[in-house]
Unconditional design. Sequence first.
Lengths: 405, 253
Amino acid sequence: MKIFIVLKIAFLALMRNKMRTALTMLGLIIGVGAVIATVSLGDGAKSQVEAQIATLGQNVVLVFSGSWTRGGARGGWGAAGTLTLEDALSIQREVPDVVLLSQECRNSAQIAAGNENWYTTILGEAECYLQIRQWPLEDGTMFSAMDVRSAAKVAVIGKTVADKLFPGSNPVGQVIRVKNVPFLVMGVLIPKGLSVRGDDQDDVVLIPYTSSMKRLFGGTTLRSMIMEARTTKALATVQLQINNLLRQRHRIIPPADDDFTVRTQEEIAQMANGASDTIRSLLFAVACVSLLVGGIGIMNIMLVSVTERTREIGIRMAVGAHGSDILMQFLTEAVSLSILGGGLGIAMGVICSRIMANYKHWPVLTSPGWIAAAFSFSALVGIVFGFYPAFKASRLDPIDALRYE
Amino acid sequence: MTAIIQLDRINRIYKSGDVDVHAVKDVTLSIAKGEFVALMGASGSGKSTMMNTLGCLDRPTSGTYLLDGVDVSHLNRDQLASIRNEKIGFVFQGFNLLSRTTALENVSVPMFYRKKSFGAREEKQRALKALEAVGLAARADHKPNQLSGGQQQRVAIARALVNEPAMILADEPTGNLDTQTSIEIMGVFQKLNDIGITIVMVTHELDIARYCKRNIIMRDGRIVADTPVANRLIASEEIQKLHLEQEKARLVS
């Protein structure tokens, strides 16, 4: 009952000087609007990155062999080929939380089928690779453990390769030639889209790693391994255990650098999110500054309002208003102002991000959490910056206030 | 008769820089229920300070003040505000209505600060009744800028009445009004006094003071005269006289 009257008084006071009220709110509208719009964009980009990281698989651990240094020139990760097939076996044997492991050789080659040809990545893997990557087949089957053991000339191809080499026909059962070695296409993968780094994951040919080593590219070492841990919680332990195991096997004593690298999916996600976290904290700083400026505007106008209405305050006190009544009245006015500004700012931010989503096709995600945060933050700004003027009003002496001209 | 106001050796000293201003000196005064008192004096006589003290807007430096049996000399700000709300109705020289607010809402303001709310319907009824008592029920929806000075002062009187206070305290209530309107306002006060409402008003106009029942004159912070009014003027008669005079003036010209 009483709160409605207080709200009505606040509303009438704000309506009395519409232009002033609008300009005061503008600070908050722009601040909150900008925050909501940019946060929506940031969250949209982040969710896109997260979706890409999820295409890697679940609870994935990657081990790369180290780089070599020769005459001052350093090769990249995987260049040295320090990982051996025995390393893979010992990991399978001694790290119990590794449920799946695929040995990996990555090479590039010109491939051909019929009169079409294409330059692509030839990925040697074990039969469990698709399970680890959670990558279903569109057609056909994956090669088997048997195929891996016998270094069979079989392949599973990505969608891009399928489209390039077999436009308009079903690749399953047909033959591709890699470095003049014929491989039978057993399956076609479902398209997975771009990776975190932005390359086409579907531009790939999967063959048994044994075939890659023995029949195509030679070599006895692995470039990397990809494996799946039992649970997300086990990731850190698995990483530690692999580190220890490989150091032991490679006889690395601590001051010396590791000749391999273990990465978990969590770490990759963290790295990818690092940039957006930086942007996010920057946005937060901008938001704080804009809300501060908006708040100062509110305080300024409330001080003017208190001065203008000194007589009214005197009248109300004379007829029995307590200091707290006056405090509440002006605080309500300040908070109404800031909530109204914040609300309009949220609306503006949402509209702006929708426009960007529609016309620029940027990924946009407006989370209710941020809207709630922006809303309560603007209310808080009203309380914080409205308090001093309201307090000043409540401490006025009724005799002086009544005499004020 | 029970005393509404009982002042006992009231002093009020202001500190103005290094100088102490002794505005009210040792005033002892008693005002009974149903009285109609005019407090008079030149400026600087201490009558405004007396008024603020009587109105519980200010506290005496020393002495005791019993208002309607309650010692208010040592109450804090909020307690004084509650006392003002319950026991005193204020009427000011400059009307002091809230602009852009209707007469009815203006009259309702003191009820808003009551400890125990009446509820919306009861409040409206009481406000209308108060407006009726001052003859302004028909203008309940008008805002101050749509009312004449006399009407605005009536709204202010209705506001003073609405919480059924122990007394009405009027500070130069006719100071901004012309002669005829002043007499009309005094008529309203006399009518209210006739039904038993205690009124204390500050004025410097001698002829206005003659509508009251008792005149108190202050000088240099002390009461120098306290007399009943001998030939009390009755507002309704004076208005008639005024009309007759105007009539005559018209006939002559």
